[in-house]
Design a protein around this ligand. Structure first.
Ligand SMILES: [Zn+2]
Length: 165
């Protein structure tokens, strides 16, 4: 929706022509050879979606609720990656180790083998509270695991540098 205040045009919501899950703004760009906690947010699908939500300016309460968490989820996931908190234990289980001076708990993130359920389940309070409230469960630990998996699956060797000397 576009509102006019007399002087300039204010864009209040993302336009409907651009779907939330759109890949359109990255498809023309070659993916990076190596991912890190900064560039991963533009490539891992869930992070890209949250980035869009974090900039949402409209009035839809569901989207605003996600917006409330999106920035902190993205920031925390980046911190977990930077501090090498995520570790793969088995094909179906990852852990998120505690951050020094932030918390003391190691959380477990399970990949759901049942495709009808949520994709991942975390044993942290935030995730479990959302399940109890009947809300769509998600947390920064799950986001960090998604980014971790993307980094490991998509990083590739850079082309050999051609020396001009
Ligand atoms: Zn969690």
């Amino acid at each position: 929706m576009i509102k006019t205040d007399g002087r300039k045009i204010i864009r209040t919501e993302p336009t409907n022509t651009q779907p939330m899950h759109s890949d359109s703004y990255t498809t023309k760009v070659e993916p990076p050879y190596s991912y890190n906690s900064h560039n991963i947010v533009h490539w891992e699908p869930e992070s890209k979606k949250l980035l869009v939500f974090s900039q949402y300016m409209g009035g839809d309460p569901v989207k605003l609720e996600i917006k409330k968490h999106a920035k902190s989820w993205l920031a925390k996931a980046g911190t977990f990656l930077d501090n090498k908190c995520i570790e793969k234990k088995t094909r179906w289980k990852y852990i998120c180790k505690p951050l020094d001076g932030y918390n003391k708990t190691t959380y477990s993130i399970f990949i759901n083998q049942d495709p009808t359920g949520p994709e991942m389940e975390c044993n942290c309070q935030g995730f479990q509270t959302k399940i109890q409230k009947g809300e769509e469960p998600f947390c920064s630990h799950c986001l960090a695991v998604k980014q971790f998996i993307h980094i490991n699956q998509h990083s590739r060797a850079p082309p050999e540098r051609i020396s001009r000397k």
